[in-house]
Design a protein around this ligand. Structure first.
Ligand code: TIU
Length: 229
């Protein structure tokens, strides 16, 4: 299979297609819809999150048409929070309002993503197809306490095109984790968003590609569509 050269920052992303996968981060109802987890966070602007869905669908179609691996992640916890990272539990102990505390400790009916609940599942517009891998992750990064690394190694994947939410949290954490494990990552700008894009999106993405691609590459949709069509 061919290698494609996709214009990006800071340099072209040269992806050997036989070793390239699409990683879709946490495109769950809990982070996309009004009234669920993300919507309760201070300063949340959901419109920019929801606006990425058509671009994400376009990227999914490109990978599916080429029969390249598509891997989805979902953030969430067991209802008893036994898989919750201690950092999240500590935040809960320090929460300034009961609402924050409830959200963080994940009690029934709370607003933390809990596996098996409606909000935990992927948004229907970008849901997984049969045979596509869905990785459940308890942390922000998709490699911590998951089987993602072994799954990627088994597939022979070395290059990841990354999309999803939120830019400032799980997307960039995952790219940094991936970079330390030897993966080359390209984040597509139109396919990622966060809860305060005015403040966080550009700095978050700029940090990834600064210093000659310290953590990875950042590109836009048109060049990858051109390269993969
Ligand atoms: N998926 C993801 O980013 N999880 C979060 O908790 N994001 C926040 O922005 N808090």
């Amino acid at each position: 299979m061919r290698t494609v050269s996709i214009p990006a920052k800071p340099f072209a992303f040269n992806a050997p297609l036989s070793k390239t996968a699409l990683l879709a981060i946490d495109l769950q109802r809990d982070f996309l819809l009004p009234g669920v987890v993300g919507d309760t966070q201070t300063g949340t602007v959901l419109s920019s999150i929801q606006a990425i869905l058509p671009a994400c669908q376009q990227l999914l179609k490109l990978f599916r048409d080429l029969e390249l691996p598509v891997i989805h992640t979902r953030e969430g916890h067991r209802p008893d929070l036994s898989d919750c990272p201690s950092s999240k539990l500590q935040i809960s102990a320090q929460a300034s309002t009961p609402c924050e505390a409830i959200r963080e400790i994940g009690i029934p009916g709370s607003r933390r993503p809990v596996r098996g609940e409606y909000g935990h599942d992927l948004h229907l517009a970008v849901t997984a197809r049969p045979r596509e891998l869905v990785v459940d992750k308890p942390g922000k990064g998709a490699f911590w306490n998951t089987n993602l690394l072994s799954e990627l190694q088994a597939l022979g994947v070395t290059h990841l095109v990354v999309m999803g939410v939120t830019t400032e949290c799980s997307v960039t954490t995952t790219v940094r984790e991936a970079n330390d494990r030897g993966f080359e990552c390209l984040v597509i700008e139109e396919c990622t968003a966060g809860y305060n894009d005015t403040a966080f999106k550009a700095p978050s993405l700029d940090m990834l590609h600064r210093s000659d691609g310290l953590f990875g590459y950042v590109g836009t949709l048109t060049p990858i569509v051109a390269a993969l069509s």
